[in-house]
Design a protein around this ligand. Sequence first.
Ligand code: SF4
Ligand code: SF4
Length: 529
Amino acid sequence: MSAFIAGFRGVLDRAGVTYGMFGHADVGCVHVRPALDLTDPAQQSMIRQITDDVADLVAKHGGILWGEHGRGFRGDPVEKFLPPATVAIMRQVKSAFDPDDLLNPGKLYRPTDSATPLTRVDEPALRGDADRTVPVSIRNDYRHAFACNGNGLCMHYGAAEVMCPSYKATGDPALSPKGRVDLLRAWLAADAAGTPSDNFTDQLAANLHQCLSCSACAGHCPVEVDIPELKSRFLESYHRTRKRPLSHAVLSRFEQLAMLAARSPRLAGLGTGAAGAALGLVDLPAPSPLPPGATPIATFDPNAPTDVVIMPDVFTGALDRATMHAAAEALQAVGQSVSVAAFVPSGKFDHVKGQRAAFAKAVQAQAKAVAAIERAGAIPIVIEPAVALLHTHEYPAADSAFPSGHVRHLVDVLHDRIDHVPVSSSPRHVRLLGHCTERATRPVSLQKWREVLEAAGHTVEAPELGCCGMAGIFGHEKDNQKMSADLWHLSWHEATHQADATLVATGYSCRSQAKRMAALAISHPVALL
Ligand code: SF4
Ligand code: SF4
């Protein structure tokens, strides 16, 4: 093995190629990934020479070159490894079962009566051939689509896996991250050639409409293929020539409207159903009233700053105000003075629907709001994980100057002062249900919640769960109802119907889904502190 590997490294080093090498030493199997940029014709042309050199090396060491992964065009040098009599028998087998050479033609053996040579490794069209037709600037804009290496990790059925809910719910490969980037690259190549049909473009839009924008791919794909970002860019382009539904305009202002409506929640609740029906949205949540007896939280004053300043998000600022008040009380209980800043929309729904100019404005406004709090010497925090995570992901992706990571998650501040967490007088057995975006992109948050709850005297179990099926606006869209319900039953139903535990969930979407799917009132974990 060592002599073979040294020889292999010599082949790659002489070609000036970097590579990853791994394998199974016990059976003498080596997998090698030369890092070739196949959009560069000069690098693509190295495939044959490297393959021929490696085939000679393999033959010298008495091994065999195999096509276990990839597309399998590795049969061409087979006669270097196997004696002619063996090859002849294999060709007879091929003739017996596939006389017309229909199955994987040209890959390993031709039927006995065929004079056609096997296909050489660089003869079939390669992905690089199509990819290089897309202008470099577009390839950069959609770089996640070109980064996919096709390993298929995103096509997982496990109910507890976070990636990918739309694939798990349907079993349709086109609705996995891999399927989506394959389609996007094909569409970009057709667009570059000026040939994308309306039908193809509309089908791609329909496919992406079924993506929950949960970001599980961005967190769990080995090369961080980020479908929500690609979807956002595609939808921006798509709606340059196609009218947007009215719901997009409403969603663009949903956060401001909800905050406004929270001032008069009863009145707002009356109109929610009718407005949703008109817009193709179902089960829209109404703003919640202030919890009875809640002490108002001080307003942020830059001249008299508190230790921490809550940047309100629409979920805990309007739809679940009890959680914001519980957060303020918990922060005070660990010795932090607290105030709440003026509301600034997060722009999340603009990102989801590809309204990127409006999203860019939200990013700027958020950067200003963070800077104002930090100038005053306070720590900005966000309660809702899906919104807090925008500060480390979508915002910096939209603006590289954005102060990424300056906003802290609520649990970070509580965990920093874990020794000050008051012990509960009524300890419970708690089942902590994590938000899928948080699980995929920042699992440390759930570990911290567990430790903070344990410091308060609770016992905690935190089952591995997939997406609940809500994911912000996805579960409210009329045409997504089946998938939303299927995902609830696949991943959350069982965990929420086992007895003997107090359920808490970090995500507003998940709490909202539990309410409508199972009439369960689940609290945020901070309510137990
Ligand atoms: S999207 Fe990611 S996980 Fe899925 S096949 Fe591509 S590289 Fe693999
Ligand atoms: S965002 Fe979620 S639903 Fe969409 S492709 Fe990624 S993992 Fe799948």
